[in-house]
Design a protein around this ligand. Sequence first.
Ligand SMILES: Cc1cc2nc3c(=O)[nH]c(=O)nc-3n(C[C@H](O)[C@H](O)[C@H](O)COP(=O)(O)OP(=O)(O)OC[C@H]3O[C@@H](n4cnc5c(N)ncnc54)[C@H](O)[C@@H]3O)c2cc1C
Length: 502
Amino acid sequence: LPRENHKPTCRKTTVAILGAGISGITAAQALSNASISDFVIVDRNDYIGGRVRHTTFGKSPDGTPYIIELGANWIQGLGSPGGPENPIWTLGKKYNIKNTFSNYSLILTYDETGANDFTDLLDTWGAVNGLAEKDAGRILTENLQDVNARVGYALAGWQPKKDMHKQAIEWWSWDWETTWTPEESSFVFGIAGYNTTYNQYSDENNFIWDQRGFNTWVIGEADTFLHKNDPRLLLKTTVTQIAYSDEGAVVHTQDGDCIEAEHVICTFSVGVLQNEVVEFKPQLPRWKRDAIQSFQMGTFTKIFMQFNETFWDKNTQYLLYADPDTRGYYPIFQPLDVPGFLEGSGIMFVTVVGPQSYRIEQQDDERTKSEVLEVLRTMFPDKEIPEPVDFYYPRWSQEEWAYGSYSNWPSGMTLEKHQNLRANVDRLWFAGEANSAEYFGFMHGAWFEGREVGTRVAHVLKHTETGCMKRYETLHGTTDISEYNAENGWTVSSFLDYASED
Ligand SMILES: Cc1cc2nc3c(=O)[nH]c(=O)nc-3n(C[C@H](O)[C@H](O)[C@H](O)COP(=O)(O)OP(=O)(O)OC[C@H]3O[C@@H](n4cnc5c(N)ncnc54)[C@H](O)[C@@H]3O)c2cc1C
């Protein structure tokens, strides 16, 4: 609400960048690099980084709390000799972000009987996945109709049905990354997206445990073009309305102020756009609303616990639990009190996604804590599982500035329709992780899209490019292979493979 005695003002700028997450900061940096310094960056939070967000948790031996990451935690796909490097990995190194290789083979499996080794199913999945990849590649290149990933994997020979061990392996291999089930996800883009990150860069994921917070690199990059107390950075400022036309735009904020700009770059998550917390005037055209509502926003919830004593094997990074009744019920536990991470911390976290996230994000901490402890007692029948001394989890699906964690590609969405998510409407531009056709969901997706749109707007301002991104008012059922090009956000081939050794 407008503050008492606050006189509304309307500020003028060339470019208003909405959001100070990775995309917003990268867009501003691209403008700055093109010598356009007249912009403002607006964010409702009081920090730079958006979904790269941390908090304090528990207590270390010296009494100070630990820093834990509530949002992005891994740099995914680092880079291979002879191939390109993931820009987030480059930046992680630049800012000396503390991280450790996530070793997925340091895994133990459990079920309702306690420890039970079903890791051989990982090899079965690997073999099926090889066949599935080939099939997905054929669908893409021959312009055939996409299917959902359940169908794609079933045709490759994967039938998990009522085998809860197989369901757990499938959850670990699919849902943990996408936050949606195979039934709900695109087969082709799920696999192509996986390949552009893990085959183009590498299959390594490094886990961040830096006690300055992972967003140190985002702040560091912002500092390369913003100065101390820069008036161009407006934190704690909530956008309520964006009025746009082909001549410019006016952004209205909750405190009654406004920003008049020649161009607006909106980097809000697809969850924010879907939930209409910001009013667009005029209403966005149907082709745009269709694309926004079609893309999926998923939820990924990390539940943190600190214990006074550890009861897990210090040589294990992952504990996978197959619940006998419910797929995805507290399936993956990660102790951080293991070598290379936060040793001595007593911290462990368990992750749920999708419908389980929605469920637990609506219930109170006590209920969730007792469910988690019951699972741990099932997994370790011979051990005393103590009450945690600290317990916390975020509610991503309810955050008005995110409405979820990150996006996923649903089956039935073509590259053309996704391009409509990216395309500008008059002088209103869009960026953010979901707009990356090749890296949706990831931090590097947000980074590439912010850079792309910032660069485009700079060209438009300098009259070296026209103002329109490709869009499809009439969609075709499938996408021809010739359309997998830069104009539609497809810059590298999903068939490239620098990462595999053979
Ligand atoms: C739990 C979780 C785990 C993840 N794990 C990983 C991972 O391991 N690896 C990885 O690569 N990626 C991961 N991600 C995804 C990654 O964090 C995102 O892809 C990336 O940070 C998105 O950046 P962005 O700039 O597109 O959006 P955002 O970071 O959401 O930035 C948009 C900004 O807009 C602001 N905003 C929204 N509404 C308004 C409004 N009305 N007014 C003003 N400001 C507003 C928000 O406050 C936000 O700061 C994870 C995300 C989550 C939540």
